[in-house]
Design a protein around this ligand. Sequence first.
Ligand code: ZN
Length: 451
Amino acid sequence: MKAKLLKTLIISCGGIFAGWLPLIAMGGQTDISNPRIWPAPDHTRLVFDLSDTVSHKVFALENPDRLVIDIEDSQLKSGVESMSLAGSPVKNMRSARRNGDDVRIVLDLHRKLTARSFVLKPNDQYGTRLVVDLLEDEAKEEPVVRKSANEHQDKRDVVIVIDAGHGGDDPGAIGPGGVKEKDVVMAIAKELQAQMNDTPGYTVKFTRTSDYYIGLRQRTKLARKYNADLLVSIHADAFNRPEANGASVFALSKRGATSESARWLVASENRADLIGGVGGVSLDDKDDVLAGVLLDLSMTASMKASLGVGDHVLRSMGQVSKLHKKRVEQAGFVVLKSPDIPSILIETGFISNPVEARRLSSRAYQRKVASAIKVGLTRHFEETPPVGTWLAWKRDGGGATSSELSYTIRKGDTLSSIARRNRVTVSQLIESNDLKSDSLRVGQVLAIPTS
Ligand SMILES: [Zn+2]
């Protein structure tokens, strides 16, 4: 706005200033730079850095499907034409000047999408940003259904949802040498997933599966969608003193739980969801007092379970890392606030500490950390397996009398898929069948060990 006014003034002053007019006009315009794109399963986020806040407008055009971003009084400092759009719903991007002062960016789309856009205020990590989210059709999203135990024919797996913190345009903490928290925690998450998948009785899901951002509430929603028995959020944050070091484990604080219960009671869309996991109850038809009591019971049980599993993980982490605190800490982190899903947040170390940053970015150490987390998780679930799970059945002596089973190989089978289905490890399969390699042929019969 200011720039325009200035320019009008200068023009009205006549020809004398004509020589330096473009310079002044440009100086007042907002710079748009560093475009980047983060494709996620349900949306794609496009981000631009801005030198100042802007007025902008986003609208869709059809035949062919396009999205137009008009940004007033601005100039594009870096081209959008050469951006890598792989994995995104955007076919092509181009830009042009409009009305002399404005920038128009056009996105050619593979399919029709709706858009949402906003300007983000600067924070300690970033300046002003323009964010354009391209949203996939919501109809695709599956409704949240919590199954009760007797709906499962089989004894089910314990479901662990791993939440790699941050992602996309939110790098998390940045350590010496530019190592980013979002990358370190994703590497640990993937390693943990691989190790859990080798452990019979567990199914692992991710909140984010690659480098994109999802909101904290969305992370807890995904845990509900997957009927999680546990949400494990993995971080490696910074501290303002570089000498701070060591791992920590967090569970929800009492105060965080209380405020969340209150929030659930007023949010009617939450009330329709079932509380309490297995055989859950709906709050929909309960009065406020009863709903409050049920929520508190559920919150208390979840917090107790979170502290229990957190304690196992902390002790096991203590074998590979210094501990920041000797006990599970409690805080009001949003990602821990599911009333009916035990949730822990693991700070694997301080990325701001040069020694820890180096360790955390090494593959070998990431593997060690993942293994320590796995030991903590499996100890907890062996001790207190959720009702209806294969682990509970096994603890109670299930399968002790069954004779050896066999399986005939079909097309597409792999040793690890057979191992997972039968809840044995690949190495047990190899051993009991005396296999020399992991290649299988259709029709081959494998003995399934039943110890
Ligand atoms: Zn973090």
